[in-house]
Ligand binder design. Structure first.
Ligand code: ATP
Length: 325
């Protein structure tokens, strides 16, 4: 499903490779944690899988395709098989939850009927039933990440890439997000997740690939976070706190500790399961709700999400439909 063959990656202007001779294979349906200290190469691996970056040496195969042979024009088609979730959610602030998720499908040209069925289904799956008309600022951090996950999986990608998806969330909210990811994985989606969350990695007993200075130093079928996946120096150390536990969807009980927030970062308004403030500024979705073409800012988000080739015109938006050719 995903194969790295002797991959090296050296960014321009650097004197040390970010990845050096990395080889691994992830099978369909696996849940793989990428762990390692800050700068060890986790995000670089995800960017290479997405074909956002090219390897300096070696070959990458994703879903049976050699990424080196996919032209720039075909990259958006390729990326339709992949969902991506980031630490900072990347929602469109002026669109409702429904519209944020529908946007993914609009960009790839799905019909209004399809969108009107698929969006409520995926919102229910991520636990946002009843919140379709909220604006992102009316949601807690955990709820915003659920929207981002819904957006990533609404088109049923075979692979979900998650780059520190719980990095901005408190422990209990993070547990909710991990439950959602477990549920998506149980449905057959392969998940590759870069994380510094030792507790979840230790408790979930999934495959763990540990990177250190751009090299794989550990690859365990049912691994833990490990002692050498050092806490990154660039991030604040977790504050000491009373031990807490939370239960994941699979029934696994996970001990959690609060994460120190960077100075100035707003705390989530509420936990993922608490209702957010009711908004007066809501517009009900009806079968007559128009599905609009994305505006400029939205097109640029589509490019960042990999749904659309950079700098293509409106024609490409209409034509960008269908499997990789
Ligand atoms: N665009 C870039 N240009 C130059 N160097 C880069 C670039 N992106 C990453 N690097 C370097 O490559 C190395 C690996 O970075 P990467 O972001 O993959 O690490 P990471 O393990 O994801 O770190 P973190 O846990 O902090 O997110 C680092 O030394 C980083 O400075």
């Amino acid at each position: 499903m995903i194969r790295f063959d002797h991959i090296s990656k050296q960014y321009r202007g650097t004197n040390r490779p970010a990845l050096g001779d990395v080889s691994f294979e992830a099978q369909r349906g696996e849940f793989v944690f990428l762990v390692g200290a800050s700068g060890s190469g986790k995000s670089s691996c995800l960017r290479l899988i997405l074909k956002e970056e090219k390897p300096t040496k070696g070959k990458i195969h994703v879903l049976g395709q050699d990424l080196g042979t996919i032209s720039s024009r075909k990259v958006p088609y390729f990326r339709r098989n992949l969902g991506v979730v980031f630490q900072d959610f990347r929602l469109l602030p002026n669109k409702t939850v429904y519209q944020n998720v529908a946007f993914t499908l609009q960009v790839i040209g799905k019909s209004r009927g399809f969108i009107q069925e698929a969006v409520p289904d995926v919102l229910k799956m991520v636990g946002l039933d009843g919140k379709a008309q909220r604006m992102p600022h009316e949601l807690s951090g955990g709820e915003q990440q659920r929207v981002a996950i819904a957006r990533a999986v609404v088109n049923k990608p075979q692979i979900l890439l998650a780059d520190e998806p719980t990095g901005n969330l408190d422990p209990a909210t993070s547990a909710g997000i991990m439950s959602v990811l477990e549920r998506i994985n149980a449905g057959g989606t392969t998940i590759i997740m870069a994380t510094h969350e030792a507790h979840f990695v230790d408790q979930m007993k999934k495959r763990v690939i540990e990177l250190s200075q751009g090299q794989i130093v550990r690859d365990e079928r049912h691994g833990g976070y490990g002692v050498t996946a050092a806490i990154p120096l660039t991030k604040p150390a977790p504050a000491p706190a009373e031990p807490q536990t939370v239960q994941l969807a699979t029934g696994v009980v996970v001990p959690v500790a609060p994460v120190a927030k960077p100075a100035g970062e707003p705390a989530p308004a509420a936990s993922a399961d608490e209702p957010a403030e009711q908004s007066n500024n809501v517009r009900p979705i009806t079968s007559a709700t128009p599905v609009q073409r994305p505006a400029e800012a939205e097109i640029s988000l589509a490019e960042r999400l990999g749904l659309r080739a950079n700098g293509t015109d409106g024609q490409e938006y209409d034509q960008n439909v269908g499997p990789v050719k």
